[in-house]
Design a protein around this ligand. Structure first.
Ligand SMILES: Cc1cc2nc3c(=O)[nH]c(=O)nc-3n(C[C@H](O)[C@H](O)[C@H](O)COP(=O)(O)OP(=O)(O)OC[C@H]3O[C@@H](n4cnc5c(N)ncnc54)[C@H](O)[C@@H]3O)c2cc1C
Length: 318
């Protein structure tokens, strides 16, 4: 089976979700794994592709594609799909990955499945996918000639292939129609507040919500996150009240996290918060209310005041 994966480049290498997507595509039995990189593929990206078992890297280096334009990138995906004779095209389930694949589906009259976490069958295509911002899972059958799907972040580990791939670079000619460039990104500005990359990549997240009581209620939360080599994550109430910056927010309108351990303190566990933390491997809730949704969904819970529990944990850790 021939599969093309759209690889997004972030800070000179394949983004984490792209590497996860490559591992996922390989796990589907893609004997012929191709990658599409829009722009010149940096050496680190080629190394990521080799490690993931990619056979061919289609490099769409046309200057017209330099600025992100969903329709033009969709043309590149179509060209790569033709070059690879793809049975399946997979994109990372990011804003761009989903947008580009939706354009491909619309242009080709195909169907796509977005934010997939598992494939039950390839023929017919039956998937499990995240819906309602990740708060629920849907099982969907997608009858389509060419299968298009995007992969939800953190659904699989970005594991290397048993044997590295050749990752042979093949220039890809894309016929860019000027009308495909009508909507394009003209400028990118970095968020001044900081960024959430540390939070989304953290193996341990110490979370706090309204139960922190105010901006001064985070001393033990910060100290514990530092002690455990992790990051701080907060609920929307906390960012709305200005207690902490937005880049620390976890949830539907914040970051999706998938740490090994999420310690959720003074957080009720609303559906919108859960959407961002449900992929955590182990959740420990610290809450005064034994009936709080976070407590009932967590793997473990401590019923108590976070202002007493966290200092006690810190003392225990020494
Ligand atoms: C469109 C939309 C998008 C949203 N997106 C997000 C999102 O991305 N992320 C998000 O988090 N929310 C989001 N929300 C808000 C969400 O609905 C909740 O309002 C919010 O998550 C609640 O935050 P909280 O748990 O900190 O506060 P609360 O719901 O007030 O819960 C506080 C919890 O702390 C406990 N508590 C109080 N004192 C202590 C103490 N001393 N020690 C221990 N426990 C204590 C209480 O028992 C309670 O369970 C969104 C809402 C909407 C409508």
């Amino acid at each position: 089976m021939s599969v093309v994966v759209l690889v997004e480049v972030e800070e000179g290498r394949a983004s984490l979700v792209s590497r996860e997507t490559l591992a996922f595509a390989r796990s589907l039995g893609a004997g012929n794994l191709h990658a599409l990189v829009v722009g010149s593929a940096p050496e680190a990206v080629l190394a990521d592709c080799r490690e993931a078992g990619v056979v061919v890297v289609h490099e769409a280096a046309d200057p017209a594609l330099e600025r992100y334009a969903a329709a033009a990138w969709a043309a590149a995906v179509e060209a790569a799909g033709r070059a690879a004779r793809a049975d399946l095209v997979v994109a990372p389930g990011t804003g761009r990955g989903n947008e580009v694949l939706a354009h491909v589906a619309a242009r080709r009259g195909l169907r796509m499945a977005a934010n997939v976490v598992a494939v039950e069958s390839l023929s017919p295509l039956v998937v499990q996918r995240q819906v309602v911002g990740g708060a629920a899972l849907e099982r969907a059958t997608v009858p389509s000639r060419v299968r298009l799907l995007s992969m939800a972040g953190h659904a699989v580990e970005p594991t290397p292939a048993d044997a590295p791939g050749e990752a042979r670079v093949q220039p890809l000619a894309v016929a860019v129609d000027p009308k495909d460039l009508r909507a394009q990104v003209v400028r990118v500005e970095r968020r001044e507040q900081g960024d959430s990359s540390g939070l989304t990549a953290a193996k341990v997240v110490v979370g706090a919500g309204r139960g922190a009581g105010g901006p001064d209620g985070f001393a033990a939360v910060d100290a514990l996150a530092e002690r455990l080599g992790g990051a701080v994550g907060v609920s929307r109430v906390v960012t709305s009240l200005g207690w902490r910056p937005h880049h620390e927010q976890v949830g539907q309108t914040g970051s999706r996290i998938a740490p090994d351990l999420y310690l959720a303190c003074g957080i009720s566990g609303s559906i919108q918060h859960w959407a961002g933390c449900a992929s955590s491997r182990t959740i420990i809730a610290v809450n005064t209310d034994a009936d709080a949704p976070m407590v009932t969904k967590a793997d473990y819970a401590v019923i108590g005041d976070m202002h007493e529990v966290l200092p006690a944990v810190l003392e225990e850790l020494g």
